[in-house]
Design a protein around this ligand. Structure first.
Ligand code: NDP
Ligand code: MG
Length: 408
């Protein structure tokens, strides 16, 4: 049995915590060789002292002294955004888990690919922003991109089980260890992403204006970082995931659908050409998809709770309220247009979520603001990385200025 040597970017966040749990649970399969955070030096030091990775990185250079002071051993220490790219390319690492909130993980992801590391991607924003560029770079270097987002991990597992992934290349194992996770479109009718519906699944639209930050931060089924929790409440999370699926599995937007499933037990489904549907089920715990990304293509036992079907009672499904939650249609529009528009949607949403968390705008102003920025954007098709980064910066400035003008 082989231990996978993994670098975790975003170690101090919610996904980082779950990844560390997986490493403790299956130490014979996962070794952490690098840990990186933005500014939480104290927590990063605690994690490093426990797991003793050979390298650590803190992006906020002002926190470097605090990190050094709290470390009980002497790992290699990287700092700043450059340091994040350096630790992503660590010679001894085989896989880099990108769990940085927002788009800060894009350059390190490209650096990891360039260095030939497999990626486990939680940071959906980087695939929304530059999915085509990331996937092309990964294909060019023959590195694998393993989805960690629970829906995409589920779809990945369903596609594997439906034998829709391309055949193993020479030298691969009989289970296709070297198979690229790309979809052979003809066999697949639909990718069906499940959505919990968030805390306001049943809230009448005329009450949206009075939704508070505290209410929006209470997710009914998942325990996650603040940005993705707000995205789950607006359904932008599902919108971003539609575009993420489009790039991860190289499928057109028209074949990516969303169904509300309040229990978050079915993590997503694939409908095949013959009408059969495969689904992946588990309790809502990110340790499941993280572990599978790390041990893929193998499955190993762990201490996670198995489903108790006797206690589940029921699994419900419903069509999303598209008119009341415009994020899904905005994301479909961005995904269909392609080019720079998904980056604009993503960047405007990031600014709008921050403004809502800082109580500067109302809850429905989040999607109004995103739509306004999208409407003002002159989309560039076949966008280069530079064009995407420019559109991202433009959309942030535009969203900031609109947020300032919003009545509260
Ligand atoms: P959190 O807010 O809990 O954690 C974010 C992590 O990213 C922290 O470690 C933070 O460091 C670090 N970070 C923030 N900005 C930067 C930066 N500029 N450079 C380097 N590191 C940075 O987020 P989550 O763990 O919830 O989410 C992480 C990503 O995973 C998101 O893209 C999210 O969409 C995705 N995801 C999350 C799921 C979940 O269950 N939480 C499920 C599916 C996807 P510090 O603590 O020092 O600030
Ligand atoms: Mg998800």
């Amino acid at each position: 049995m082989k231990r996978k040597r993994v670098v975790i970017l975003g170690a101090t966040g919610s996904i980082g915590d779950s990844a560390l749990k997986v490493a403790r649970d299956i130490p014979e399969r996962m070794e952490i060789v690098g840990l990186a955070a933005h500014r939480n030096a104290a927590k990063l030091a605690v994690q490093a002292n426990e797991l003793r990775p050979e390298a650590v990185c803190i992006v906020a250079a002002a926190k470097l002294d605090e990190l050094r002071a709290n470390l009980h051993y002497t790992p290699r220490i990287f700092a700043g955004e450059t340091g994040l790219c350096e630790i992503a390319a660590l010679a001894n690492a085989e896989m880099v888990l990108i769990a940085v909130v927002g788009t800060g993980g894009l350059r390190p992801a490209l650096a990891a690919i360039e260095a030939g590391k497999d990626l486990a991607v939680a940071s959906k924003e980087i695939l929304v922003m530059a999915g085509e560029i990331v996937m092309k770079a990964a294909a060019a270097r023959s590195v694998h991109v393993l989805p960690v987002d629970s829906e995409h991990n589920a779809i990945f597992q369903c596609l594997e089980s439906g034998r829709c992934l391309s055949a193993p290349t020479a030298g691969g194992t009989s289970r296709g260890a070297d198979a690229a996770p790309t979809l052979q479109g003809a066999d697949v009718r639909r990718l069906i992403l499940t959505a919990s519906g968030g805390p306001f699944r049943e809230t009448p639209a005329d009450q949206f204006d009075s939704i508070t930050v505290e209410q929006a931060l209470k997710h009914p089924t998942w325990n996650m970082g603040p940005k993705i929790t707000i995205d789950s409440a607006t359904l932008f999370n599902k919108g971003l995931e539609m575009i993420e699926a489009r790039w991860l599995f190289d499928v057109e937007m028209a074949r990516v659908e969303v169904i509300v499933h309040p229990q978050s037990i079915v993590h997503s489904m694939v409908e095949f050409a013959d009408g059969s549907v495969l689904a992946q089920l588990s309790y809502s715990d990110m340790c499941f998809p993280i572990q599978y990304a790390v041990t893929w293509p193998e499955r190993v036992p762990n201490s996670l709770a198995p489903l108790d079907f006797g206690k589940l009672r029921q699994l419900n499904f419903a069509i999303p309220r598209y008119d009341d939650f415009p994020a899904l249609n905005l994301a479909r529009r961005a995904g269909e247009a392609g080019g720079t528009l998904p980056a604009v949607l993503n960047a405007a949403n990031e600014i709008a979520v921050s403004a809502f968390l800082e109580k500067r705008i109302t809850f429905p102003a989040i999607w109004r603001l995103v739509e306004q920025v999208m409407n003002r954007h002159a989309c560039v098709a076949d966008a280069s990385l530079d064009a995407i980064l420019a559109a991202d910066q433009w959309a942030r400035a535009e969203a900031e200025s609109l947020a300032r003008d919003q009545p509260r």
